[in-house]
Design a protein around this ligand. Structure first.
Ligand SMILES: Cc1ncc(COP(=O)(O)O)c(C=O)c1O
Length: 399
């Protein structure tokens, strides 16, 4: 049997849309990107969504918005030590300094009780990550943010469909940044999207994704039949709004073909989500028998986990390494990924920040002892049982 890490469902609706887009030749960001934004905003329950090229860009642009609202370059942003490296990279690419806080081993998420000690005069924002779709402890994080007047941006890349106390992640803070990369529940192949209830943030985001232009329209007329823009010379005959660059921007638009893939996915979203969640919760339920040798995370009564993947963590006393387990799974046809790394102390690129090994014991432990496998919609009970049996046979061999 083969169990891939991810999958993609390209629906009939997407294929039809793609043919139409190619026939019309209107391929760059236009009405379909806008439709995706509107439907995604409705799904998360927020006023606005702004689509961009990648989930990393969603993180970067959400952070860069803060320069319009009082932040200065080189101000600090608090992030969990453990995440996919994109979270830390995004803070640096946006021009801020990442300040790392250790995670909790049982939730994989930032330890909110360690946040206050990391706050300085330069702190502007906290960026919790809902790792593996498990919501971060947002009530405590938001309370700290209110106390110190900080922005909160959720890195919700992996958390499509996650619920925290009845509310959707991506709607719990100033902005939510999602990845629409192929491994995620709603995918545009490559892509990202930022959700917010703040219309002003959304306007700045639309400017940022297009080089910092002064244009703020939700769909540019250039991408419609008319293509006449009544606003173009509104600022005087010599000034073209498209060539007024109000802020340092990025080139980060989504195109119509990508949006078409995403729209097809959105139409079957509930089906994909239910299938993946059934796989995840089934595996979580059956995994207790391997404790304490290996274990996974737990679900709180007030949350629903966004079923991105299934994390596996080695216990302290087990007699094998994470890579031995990953290698065994791979030989049996089961693809896995490591459970990321402590960015400041296990990712070489962050060495210049001067952190020392041992500063983030929980994140480092997970970086050395964790892996995750897919729970995607092309898997079912048969694949889950095969994975469980394979783990069991590995443990029997090792004991
Ligand atoms: C937590 C987290 N943040 C950011 C990203 C970046 O997303 P992308 O790969 O779409 O750039 C990812 C990737 O999936 C991620 O897992």
């Amino acid at each position: 049997m083969k169990i891939s890490f991810g999958t993609i469902t390209i629906t009939k609706e997407s294929r039809k849309l793609i043919s139409g887009i190619l026939r019309a030749g209107r391929v760059s960001q236009g009405r379909y990107v806008r439709e995706l934004e509107e439907r995604f905003a409705a799904l998360v329950g927020v006023k606005e969504a702004v689509a961009v090229s990648t989930g990393t860009d969603a993180d970067i642009l959400a952070l860069a918005v803060l320069y319009d609202f009082g932040a200065k370059r080189q101000d600090e942003v608090i992030v969990p030590a453990l995440s996919f490296v994109a979270t830390g990279n995004a803070v640096l690419h946006a021009g801020f300094k990442p300040v790392f806080v250790d995670v909790k081993k049982d939730t994989l998420n930032i330890n909110p009780h360690k946040i206050e000690e990391a706050i300085t005069k330069k702190t502007r924002a906290i960026m919790p990550v809902h790792l593996m779709g498990k919501p971060a402890e947002m009530d405590t994080i938001n309370a700290i943010a209110r106390k110190y007047k900080l922005y909160v941006i959720e890195d919700a890349a992996e958390a499509h469909g996650a619920l925290y106390k009845g509310r959707k992640v991506g709607s719990l803070s100033d902005m939510g940044a999602f990845s629409l990369y192929v491994a995620h529940i709603i995918t545009t192949i490559e892509g990202g999207i930022i959700t917010t209830d703040n219309i002003k943030f959304a306007e700045v985001l639309r400017s940022l994704r297009s080089h910092g232009r002064a244009c703020k329209c939700r769909v540019c007329v250039l991408n419609t039949k008319s293509s006449y823009c009544p606003r173009r010379f509104k600022f005087g005959k010599k000034t073209d709004i498209r060539f007024i660059f109000e802020r340092i921007g990025f080139s980060s638009k989504m195109n119509e073909l990508e949006a078409a893939i995403g729209l097809g996915n959105m139409s079957i979203y509930k089906k994909i989500l239910d299938k993946r969640r059934a796989n995840l919760y089934y595996l979580m339920d059956k995994f207790d028998r391997f404790y304490p040798e290996i274990f996974t995370f737990k679900k709180e009564v007030y949350e629903e986990i966004g079923p991105h993947a299934f994390p596996v963590i080695l216990g302290k006393k087990c007699a094998f390494s994470r890579n031995e387990l990953a290698d065994y799974l791979s030989k049996k046809g089961i693809d896995s990924r490591q459970l990321f790394s402590s960015m400041p102390t296990q990712c070489l690129g962050f060495k210049f920040l001067g952190y020392k090994k041992g500063q983030f014991p929980q994140a480092e432990y997970l970086g050395d002892h964790g892996l995750h496998i897919g729970v995607h919609q092309d898997m079912g009970r048969k694949e889950c049982d095969y994975f469980l049996k394979t783990v069991e046979s590995f443990l029997t061999k090792k004991n």
